[in-house]
Design a protein around this ligand. Structure first.
Ligand code: FBP
Length: 262
């Protein structure tokens, strides 16, 4: 096994990623006339100096090629639409080999913890995790509890279980949703052990509420954020990027960060 090169994705042990896989997961409902164009998202990611972009194979093949290596690529290997109504599962859509060819610096995969199809998901993830590590690629797992046996997807008990599962399955970074409870999220971070936690942005909030969420998250031991809609749906994505970075990397308070939005 090669050494897993996680430091390439971090700045002083912290990280900020820009996610753009919502077109597959949610559909064009998330987009407007600007952000429907993947070049818009890439412009933000490159000029905002994100630690990486998160995108599917098609976006990487048709767009990332033009900006190759200007921003690290986390290639999302699985995904599903929200039209699909079966048990939660997102099967592999892209190989680790193809991700490497496309210049990926890490791979991403959604694990639906608690799904009735969990055994299949874990097995597929296990194979991918080994292949990625053979190439020295870090593995980022979207650890999303989901399905008929999951009563509350963001309860502390289910998120802490999901975090532990991510560690035990061998993921290097866990992308998790926030439970809106700073104290209890600290426990979730502890449960992840040496696997690092980044928090998903979620549906667009008001500026102050979102920056407060970033501030709270950064006090839990999480290493950063993986945002999408909060940034590319914002009327000033570059200003929002600067505000988030001020908190994540400079430990600024919310008011100082918010001043950058003016
Ligand atoms: P946002 O920051 O826009 O919330 O994106 C986070 C994310 O994990 C995306 O990477 C993914 O497309 C989406 O949320 C999936 O979330 P869900 O399965 O809850 O719809």
């Amino acid at each position: 096994m090669k050494r897993v090169r996680i430091e390439r994705l971090m700045t002083d042990e912290k990280a900020l990623f820009l996610a753009y896989d919502q077109g597959l997961e949610h559909g064009p409902i998330d987009f407007n006339a600007n952000n429907i164009d993947p070049n818009f998202f890439l412009y933000i990611a490159i000029n905002g100096k994100y630690n990486g972009i998160m995108a599917q194979k098609g976006i990487a093949e048709k767009y990332y090629e033009n900006y190759h290596k200007k921003v690290p690529l986390v290639l999302k290997l699985n995904g599903k639409t929200n039209i699909y109504r079966g048990f939660p599962i997102a099967k592999q859509l892209c190989s680790v080999k193809k991700a490497v060819e496309l210049g990926a610096d890490a791979i991403g995969y959604t694990v639906y913890v608690g799904s009735p199809l969990e055994p299949e998901i874990f097995q597929e993830f296990g194979k991918i995790q080994e292949e990625a590590h053979d190439y020295g690629l870090p593995v980022i797992a979207w650890m999303y509890p989901r399905g008929r046996y999951v009563v509350n997807e963001t309860s502390t008990s289910i998120l802490s279980y999901a975090a532990r599962v991510g560690l035990e399955l061998g993921a290097d970074i866990l992308k998790m949703k926030y439970n809106d409870n700073l104290e209890e999220f600290r426990w979730i971070v502890r449960c992840a052990g040496d696997a690092k936690i980044i928090v998903a942005g979620g549906p667009k909030l008001g500026d102050k509420s979102f920056l407060q969420k970033v501030k709270d998250v950064m006090q839990t031991g999480a290493v950063g954020m993986a945002v999408g809609r909060q940034v590319w749906q914002h009327e000033s994505p570059m200003k929002m990027t600067a505000a988030i970075k001020k908190i994540v990397f400079d430990n600024a308070d919310v008011e100082d960060a918010k001043a950058l939005l003016k």
